[in-house]
Design a protein around this ligand. Structure first.
Ligand code: ADP
Ligand code: MG
Length: 473
């Protein structure tokens, strides 16, 4: 039998506010353990949580960018369970009345646009972090993260492959970064997902029983964990077994998922409205204000790059997937120049140098420096090959192209008479090749151009060399 996977993702995105969701405590990453914890984070008797307005604003920005409907009144509940990283014994989260629902996000699948529906987005607080000692006997508790604001973005089960799940995560990450509400740093846990996976006989409608893989924190692991889970479920069914509804974890070193708890062991969270928090009422003026300050989103920028700069879809996609790269491209273009040439340079030379796209912020070659370098090629002052060498030197030294060209006396030979005399010399040294070229063996053209380039250490302008060679035969 043929099976098809069905996937729904619950993505947690940490909002990049300076303070926690219900207290003025710092959210800065990497502080000494338990140095950023207040009585409110701990739920000490008598404390009163107060909603961070910035967190609400950021949550609204995300919901608007993800095409969600906003609910003017929403409520916080307590989700009760025991775990050592949860000092209050409950997590404050939105349950029955989230602030938004019914959105969508378009992803691109094999060149086609596919819409993934978003069920809801709600606000909640993060828990602390457990660090398990190597010995296996001791665990440490760091509560700095307890109370950090999150939004949870729940998708409909519209995702049909591990690749689509990764695309969806990438797109979400790009959007929350564009609108500046989450740094998207997956290593630090700012963006992570629970992947719900089931399989069903191909072409059928009824959903299979799902397993939920908790806390997957990289694109690679999303791919691997879902791939494994699909295989496991198909094998189980094929061998006559049944899928049990359960929560699983992904072991990235072994590349497998394993059971954490079954449905029978599932928590009864005894949700109830948090009596310490007022309902959240969103005024239209706040929504208007946010809508008016929302920047251009990746999708809009992609379309504009194609229309305004006449870029191929592929280029527009690469350049706009990260806001920083798109900004870099547009800043480089400010001084003029051909958009496609610039796009080629960024997509190959620049992106090759970056491990992460956001590193472009500290890239030694500024947009103005890149545009100057390309200008030198356009003017015929340097060759493309020289430009690549200069580019490498600019990265290591931080010096501008013009300065390097002057210091080293680099120039491209475009002068007709100078090239003519070199061509003459080369043809004189290769009478055999010249004869064969004349007899119609056109591939020798490349050989002879190569000889001229070699004789000039790559400094001759290839276009001029070609013209003169053609004339000479
Ligand atoms: P739960 O109550 O177990 O949290 P929900 O119905 O709230 O389940 O859905 C949680 C997530 O699981 C959503 O992203 C949803 O799209 C997804 N999901 C629900 N049912 C399935 C299924 N049968 N297969 C895959 N994903 C599913
Ligand atoms: Mg769930």
């Amino acid at each position: 039998m043929q099976y098809e996977p069905v996937i729904g993702l619950e993505v947690h995105a940490q909002l990049s506010t300076e303070s926690k969701i219900f207290s003025p405590t710092s959210t800065e990453f990497g502080g000494a353990p338990n140095s950023q914890v207040s009585p409110i984070c701990l739920g000490m008797p008598g404390v009163l949580p107060v909603l961070n307005k910035k967190a609400l604003e950021y949550a609204l920005r995300a919901a608007i960018a993800l095409n969600c409907e906003l609910h003017t009144t929403s409520r916080f509940s307590r989700k009760n369970y025991f775990y050592p990283d949860l000092p209050k014994g409950y997590q404050i989260s939105q349950f029955e009345e989230p602030f938004s629902s019914g959105g969508w996000l378009d992803i691109s699948v094999n060149g086609e646009t596919k819409r993934i529906r978003i069920t809801r987005i709600h606000m909640e607080e993060d828990a602390g972090k457990l660090i398990h000692d190597q010995s296996g006997n001791v665990s440490y508790v760091d509560l700095n993260r307890a109370g950090v604001p999150l939004i949870e973005i729940v998708s409909e089960p519209d995702i049909e492959s591990p690749e689509e799940a990764v695309e969806y995560m990438k797109k979400l990450r790009s959007i929350v970064r564009y609108i500046g509400v989450c740094d998207g740093n997956m290593d630090e846990g700012s963006l992570r997902c629970d992947a719900n996976v089931s399989v069903r006989p191909k072409g059928t409608k009824k959903l299979g029983t799902k397993a939920e893989i908790k806390n997957v924190n990289s694109f690679k692991f999303v791919q691997k964990a879902i791939e494994y889970e699909i295989r496991r479920q198909i094998q189980t069914l094929e061998s006559g077994g049944e899928i049990v509804q359960e929560t699983r974890l992904f072991d990235s070193s072994k590349g497998v998922t394993f059971s954490m708890r079954s449905k029978e062991e599932a928590h009864d969270y005894r949700y109830f409205p948090d009596p310490d928090l007022l309902p959240v009422v969103i005024e239209q003026s706040m929504i208007d204000e946010i809508e008016s300050t929302l920047p251009e989103l990746p999708e809009q920028r992609y379309t504009r790059f194609i229309e305004e700069y006449k870029l191929p879809e592929y280029d527009a996609g690469v350049l706009t997937s990260s806001k920083e790269i798109a900004d870099y491209f547009e800043q480089s273009l400010k001084d003029g120049g051909d958009p496609k040439t610039l796009s080629n340079w960024i997509m190959t030379e620049v992106l090759r140098e970056l491990k992460e796209e956001e590193e472009i912020g500290s890239f030694p070659i500024s947009p103005a420096m890149l545009s100057e370098l390309i200008g030198l090629i356009d003017k015929g002052n340097i060759s493309g090959k020289q430009a690549k060498e200069i580019f490498a030197e600019m990265i290591s030294s931080g010096v501008t192209a013009k300065e390097i060209v002057e210091q080293k006396g680099i120039r491209q030979i475009s002068d007709q008479s100078e090239i003519e005399s070199i061509v003459k010399e080369i043809l004189g040294n290769h009478p055999g090749e010249l004869a064969r070229l004349k007899a119609g063996e056109d591939k020798l053209m490349g050989f002879l151009v190569g000889q001229v380039m070699k004789a000039t250490q790559g400094r001759a302008n290839p276009k001029v060399v070609n013209e003169i060679l053609r004339k000479s035969i």
